[in-house]
Design a protein around this ligand. Structure first.
Ligand code: GTP
Ligand code: MG
Length: 362
């Protein structure tokens, strides 16, 4: 199933049931009183965030989502049954836009629910109109129609850190080694076609993205399409394989590999270039200690922390995992402090609501 990060659909909430005119019939007493029940409310439509980045692909073929109609009122003053609600599961990180009203809702936490359309109200049965001045009401009203609109859902993956680098840098291998993920690994460029997510032992989410090549920011290769997913991460883990120093290329090859990706981030902009970056030198097992040292020294000038790893060495994986978790923790703490300093500890800080995200049911 191909990864899909945008879908559109139409949705129609259920109409309200009509209120009816009925009369109570008692033995020897016809038309003993108004007894027409109100119509049931139409079902509402909700979106709910789930931790499954492939959820949009499942809805791809759905043109219209509908919720149930309210049933008509009944005899004996019984209200019609309410229509069933419809809940559309979408991945955490989805931004839902009502294209008719322009209202935008962003789902950022697992299980977050938001009503996107209201079902119609049930009509009033004749019993409702009973009054001392109107003892035999003949009135009743119809239900109101449920709301309907066209929607667009766009997914921005939510991850704490994004693994980026040239194709073959070892991103997917590292994601598998650090987390519970099972991403495809291959000794060729563009093994990864869709993003993969995995959780570090502490719960931080890492995203493995397709490799970037020169020109990615202008749409070359696959990386560009996915760079936007790095926007929401706290940190960029920039993988540089020691293979780039092979075949006599030395540190020049490494620096070139580093700069190619870095330039794409800068061209893409959107804040990506300002994110905290950690350089991870990968495949240290293919080089000797001296070459690794020289590689670190050469990349030092770019001003980022440099970590080393080989997926064949469990100790280096454990140490990298702890290191990344520590850095993410510090990053999160700094963010919290910054927003507290700015005195902005409001909903907007958590990024949860762009405009009235959750509404309670009426
Ligand atoms: N020797 C060695 N090989 C590694 C290491 N990490 C990854 N590899 C190999 O490098 C190749 C590429 O690894 P991937 O994890 O698929 O690389 P990627 O960066 O995800 O590549 P794309 O998805 O194409 O961008 C595979 O053949 C891996 O087995 C490592 O630490 N040491
Ligand atoms: Mg890969």
């Amino acid at each position: 199933m191909a990864f899909i990060d945008e879908i559109q659909f139409h949705a129609k909430a259920g109409d309200g049931g009509i209120g009816v005119v009925r009369w109570r019939h008692e033995r020897g007493k016809e038309y003993a009183g108004a007894a027409g029940g109100n119509g049931g409310a139409g079902g509402d439509i909700y979106v709910r965030a789930v931790r499954d980045i492939n959820m949009l692909a499942r809805h791809k073929a759905v043109k219209t989502f509908t919720s149930g109609k309210g049933r008509d009122g009944q005899n004996w003053s019984m209200q019609g049954k309410s229509g069933e609600d419809c809940t559309i599961d979408i991945p955490v990180g989805s931004v839902v836009t009502n294209m008719n009203s322009g209202r935008v809702v962003e789902l950022v936490t697992d299980g977050q629910i938001s009503k996107i359309l209201h079902g119609g109200r049930g009509g009033l049965g004749n019993e409702y109109f009973k009054a001392s001045t109107n003892v035999r009401p003949e009135q009743s009203t119809g239900g109101t129609p449920g709301e309907e609109a066209d929607f667009k859902v766009e997914l921005n993956l939510i991850a704490d850190a994004g693994l980026i680098g040239l194709p073959n840098a070892g991103k997917s291998s590292l994601l598998n080694a650090l987390t519970n993920a099972n991403a495809k690994v291959g000794n060729y460029a563009f093994t990864t076609l869709d993003p993969n997510l995995g959780a570090l032992p502490g719960g931080y989410i890492l995203a493995d993205l397709p490799g970037l090549i020169e020109g990615a920011a202008e749409g070359k290769g696959l990386g560009h399409k996915f760079l936007k997913h790095v926007k929401r991460t706290r940190m960029v883990l920039h993988l540089v394989s020691l293979e780039n120093a092979g075949a006599g290329a030395g540190v020049t090859g490494l620096e070139q590999a580093y700069r190619t990706v870095r330039e794409e981030l800068e061209k893409f902009g959107n804040g990506l270039n300002e994110k905290t970056e950690v350089i991870i030198l990968t495949k240290t097992d293919i080089a000797d200690a001296q070459a690794v040292k020289e590689a670190c020294a050469a990349l030092q000038k770019y001003g980022h922390d440099i970590l080393e790893v080989s997926v064949l060495d469990d100790t280096s994986i454990k140490s990298l995992s702890d290191n990344i978790a520590r850095k993410l923790e510090a990053e999160a703490a700094a963010e919290t402090k910054a927003s507290m300093d700015a005195g902005e500890m409001s909903d907007a800080d958590t990024g949860s609501v762009m405009e009235g995200a959750t509404e309670s049911a009426e």
